[in-house]
Design a protein. Structure first.
Lengths: 450, 220
């Protein structure tokens, strides 16, 4: 399992680290060089000042000290020093040197020498030294030195500022990356939600509402869903065709066996075998149907249509047995079930009710809450004793063999209802006194008025 | 009582016909949907047994066409489809009842009789007029509690008149409902059957309205 989010975020962070490290190194080395250059310029300027002072004042210590009057030279060991030596042994120094002196480089004539060395108190300093010949022919060795400590402090501070700045950039960058990933992955989240609630989308997922990168995937999902539906309905058809193909020969055999039996031929074993065959077929088809609903997606049954059909059909059937059937249901109810499965459930339950009813069967349907449609079928028959109700829904259980039937009706209905995530509860009808079958079926969202 | 049996499987059709004939019913067989619809529209049947899966035109289409044509003959659909959707399709299109294959012949003939009786508006399967009683379930005829022996054609005439008790039935109508399609329809033979019935069951049961037909009055 790989996570797109983890990939995007870790990729983003890795990239940001590379950029930040390179950026930090680049900017820091540039800034350090700048600081270094400024420092060198400053030391050079100080040296030039000393040179000018010596040129103007010649060999007068007092004048010299006054001429190079920068206060930093006055404070002992301030880090800024100068030292002027004459060829005839004269030695002038900045008061900041106190009693120390700057070591003279091993050069004799001309040339400017810039170097780093240990200054007063072992302080690392950067110094410039140069021999100067005045117009009067006198020869002077002029040195200035500046402590490197301030430079180091500056560089340190610079580095600190840079680090802080980059830390903030990194933080904002990571937040940005996370936000971006969330925005980019949003359609995938939506897709996941839509796929998990796919049965609500009767016409498939809407491709147009997805970005072009995801749209082909959505199209593929839609065609998979269509294919799923197609396979389901085809296997239903095939099962029905198979049933048709087997049943007519079975009917012929049964009739011939019945005729033989009425003539006194011993054919009971064959009749029993045929009974088993028919029962097994019926059970298998019922199971096939229930299994087939597991992948049912995007199917909705309009109860106005389906219950209307059931109503007309069972009004006709109840007339045949001189019983009455009444159905009352709210308009616009919709359930998330395949219509033929819904009618299979209703047919089995109503048939059962009609078979056992003394004189009447009632059906009512209404919206229980947003997600549930409640359908109740009740009759005025003998009902089912409380302790036998759960057994009544087991496949093949016939509680009472006094009426014809396979004992599959309730079981088929129960299997189908459960396959769609619905519930089925048996109880005694308070009004009619017979069995009441309560169905809670998953409701489909109300149709948009368009 | 004359029945149209629309069933394309010849063996099954033969079995059903034999059973119904043995019970005094007249049976025409149509072996495809087009023939079934033609016969249904042109012949005065008392009931149609309609197989849903038929060649040329399926039973459901035949059913719809008959009903939209205003034909209100009782229709029993015969289906191999196990699905309620198929049964509801048929019932919704105007079928009165259904039997699913495989079925017990006894159940089929019981349904047929019940439907014919219901169509006639009779709820009691035993028809009685004075000392004569006719059990439409068994074709048993009793005079003063003594079983009478009738031929299949005599029963056919008696059954039709009992089912239409209180209504004048012409010879032509009677012959249309007891003879097969393309059968020998001599309405004079009807008079012969009526005379035999009078001999066996008494003169008062069937009244003759001269030049118009016969009637069994005020049967229970």
């Amino acid at each position: 399992m790989t996570s797109l989010r983890a990939r995007a975020v870790s990729g983003g962070i890795l990239w940001a680290v590379v950029i930040i490290v390179l950026g930090l190194a680049g900017i820091s080395s540039y800034m350090t060089a700048q600081t270094q250059a400024r420092f060198t310029d400053l030391v050079q300027a100080r040296h030039s000042q000393a040179v000018v002072a010596v040129s103007n004042n010649g060999a007068s210590a007092v004048n010299l000290v006054r001429a190079i009057g920068d206060p930093v030279y006055q404070r002992p060991f301030s880090g800024q020093y100068w030292q002027v030596e004459g060829s005839e042994g004269q030695l002038y120094r900045s008061p900041s040197l106190v009693d120390a002196s700057l070591p003279r480089p091993n050069t004799t004539q001309g040339g400017r020498v810039a170097r780093e060395y240990r200054g007063p108190n072992g302080d690392p300093v950067f110094g410039i030294a140069e021999w100067l010949t005045l117009p009067d022919g006198s020869l002077w060795h002029i040195q200035v030195a500046s402590s490197l400590r301030s430079l180091e402090a500056d560089t340190q501070e610079l580095r600190q500022t840079l680090l802080t700045a980059f830390a903030i950039i990194a933080f904002v960058g990571v937040l940005g990356a996370l936000a971006q990933v969330a925005v980019v992955l949003q359609p995938l989240n939506t897709l996941r939600k839509e796929v998990s609630t796919r049965w609500e989308h009767e016409n498939g997922l809407s491709v147009d509402s997805y970005p072009i990168e995801v749209a082909p995937l959505v199209t593929d999902i839609n065609s998979l869903m269509d294919r799923n539906r197609e396979i389901m309905s085809r296997s239903r058809r095939q099962a029905a065709d198979l049933a048709h193909a087997i049943k007519t020969p079975s009917a012929i055999m049964r009739n011939e066996l019945d005729t033989l039996r009425s003539k006194g031929v011993a054919v009971q074993d064959s009749i029993d075998a045929l009974d088993r065959l028919d029962a097994q077929l019926k059970r298998s088809f019922a199971r096939m149907r229930a299994d087939g609903t597991d992948g049912a997606v995007g199917v909705v049954t309009e109860l106005d249509t389906a219950l209307g059909r059931m109503k007309r059909a069972f009004e006709a059937l109840s007339r045949n047995s001189d019983k009455t059937f009444s159905a009352t249901f709210d308009e616009g109810l919709r359930v998330r079930m395949d219509q033929s499965d819904f009618e299979e459930v209703m047919g089995n339950l109503l048939d059962n009710a009609l078979k056992w009813a003394a004189s009447q069967v009632r059906l009512s349907a209404s919206q229980a809450d947003q997600g549930t449609v409640m359908i109740t079928i009740s009759d005025d028959g003998p009902g089912i004793p409380k302790e036998e109700r759960s057994r009544a829904m087991d496949s093949g259980q016939r509680l009472d063999t006094s009426k014809p039937g396979t004992g599959l009706g309730l079981a088929i209905a129960s299997d189908l209802v459960h396959a769609y995530g619905g519930k089925i509860i048996l109880s005694q009808d308070e009004d009619l006194g017979g069995l009441a079958v309560q169905l809670s079926l998953p409701a489909a969202a109300a149709q948009r008025p368009d | 009582m004359r029945i149209l049996l629309a069933e394309d499987e010849p063996v099954l059709a033969g079995q059903i016909r034999d059973t119904l004939k043995s019970e005094g019913l007249t049976v025409d067989i149509a072996s495809d949907g087009a023939e079934a619809q033609y016969l249904g529209e042109t012949e005065p049947y008392d009931l149609i047994i309609l197989d849903i899966g038929m060649p040329i035109r399926d039973g459901l289409t035949v059913l719809r066409n008959l009903r939209t044509g205003g034909n209100d003959v009782p229709i029993l659909m015969l289906t191999a489809r196990n699905d309620w959707t198929d049964r509801v399709d048929g019932l919704d299109a105007g079928a009165d009842d259904y039997v699913t294959k495989p079925f017990h012949m006894a159940e089929l003939s019981a349904r047929v009789r019940a439907m014919i009786r219901r169509k006639a508006g009779k709820s009691n399967p035993v028809f009685t007029k004075d000392e004569v009683s006719f059990d439409s379930r068994t074709n048993q005829v009793m005079v003063n509690g003594v079983p009478a022996s009738l031929t299949a054609q005599e029963i056919a005439v008696l059954s039709y008149l009992f089912h239409n008790a209180g209504r004048l039935v012409s010879r032509t109508e009677l012959s249309e409902h007891i003879y097969q399609y393309e059968g020998d329809r001599d309405s004079n033979t009807i008079a012969v059957f009526v005379n035999r019935l009078r001999k066996k069951l008494g003169n008062d049961l069937i009244e003759t309205v001269r030049g118009r037909g016969y009637v069994i009055k005020a049967a229970a």
